[in-house]
Design a binder for this molecule. Structure first.
Ligand code: SAM
Length: 266
């Protein structure tokens, strides 16, 4: 297996040939058991059991290929999140389930908003590590202007904003911002931003900002990042830009073609 390459094959074939404990970070965005035929790929199954068997055999191999300090993110939604949680608990061990990340995909308009009932507005990302020693770089979002105005009301002679604390002055430029929690409201999906330059019209394509957050948090420069359902190559493109090593796998020739263009490789 060569690094920084995309593979056109069934991911199980490739996974079975991967060395044990080599990958630092795995992100997957598999079919969600949605019952939709997206044309580029099918998410139609004969039964939930068939889907879970498909996932179990692959998640087992991903677990094997992950380093002891490695992290695993499984992107899914309401269609099978509860079953996938139990499946991943069985593979990783319940105590290594770190967080259920709720990604608010943005407010939905059009026919989806006409549904009788609550409008569906989020995906779920199940986050696991392989052990208690794992890479994690805390992520922050900048403070909002109103917050800064309200909280950092004083200014030094040199223009630095600060607030008064019992211990003295607390400078704004010493604060990293708000620590990112497990509800992500600040990243829009292409469901709401179809005109984005980044959008390659690949069905269920994910935004780079989402992968940027995951890759920055759970890997370091030079680490090895893998996406075994890579689609248009979002994970790979971000991993490359952030100086990680990467591999991607997809069994759809159109996806691999898009990846190659996006990554500028042959
Ligand atoms: C939800 S899409 C991934 C979209 C991707 N995250 C992006 O940003 O473009 C799922 C992908 O998994 C691929 N896929 C499904 N079954 C697969 C298999 N057995 N082996 C490899 N790829 C598979 C599909 O072709 C599809 O491109």
């Amino acid at each position: 297996m060569k690094l920084n390459t995309v593979y056109l094959t069934d991911n199980l074939e490739l996974l079975r040939n991967l060395k044990t404990k080599t990958i630092d970070l795995i992100y997957i965005d598999p079919p969600f058991f949605s019952g939709v035929d997206y044309k580029e790929f099918s998410d139609l199954w004969n039964s939930l059991d068939e889907y879970l068997d498909f996932m179990r055999i692959r998640v087992n191999e991903m677990y094997r290929s992950l380093k002891e300090i490695g992290s695993f993110y499984c992107h899914c939604d309401h269609n099978a999140v509860f079953e996938l949680k139990i499946l991943c608990d069985q593979v990783f061990g319940r105590k290594y389930f770190r967080r259920e990340i709720i990604w608010n995909v943005g407010s939905v308009s059009g026919f989806k908003s006409q549904v009788k009932g609550w409008v569906r507005q989020h995906d779920t990302i199940l986050y696991y590590t392989k052990s208690n020693i794992f890479t994690f770089n805390k992520q922050f979002t900048p403070y909002k202007d109103e917050y800064i105005k309200k909280m950092f009301r004083y200014k030094d002679e040199d223009g630095r904003l600060y607030r008064k604390r019992r211990g003295g002055k607390q400078y704004l430029d010493h604060k990293p911002g708000n620590a990112v929690g497990d509800v992500w409201n600040d990243i829009y999906s292409f469901q709401t931003t179809t005109r984005s330059k980044e959008y390659l019209s690949y069905p269920t394509q994910k935004p780079e900002k989402l992968l940027e957050r995951i890759i920055l948090a759970s890997s370091n420069e030079g680490d090895f990042v893998a996406d075994f359902f890579c689609g248009s190559g979002t994970t790979l493109s971000v991993a490359k830009r952030l100086n990680r090593n990467w591999i991607g796998v997809d069994n759809n020739p159109k996806a691999i073609e898009l990846c190659k263009k996006r990554l500028n490789i042959s």
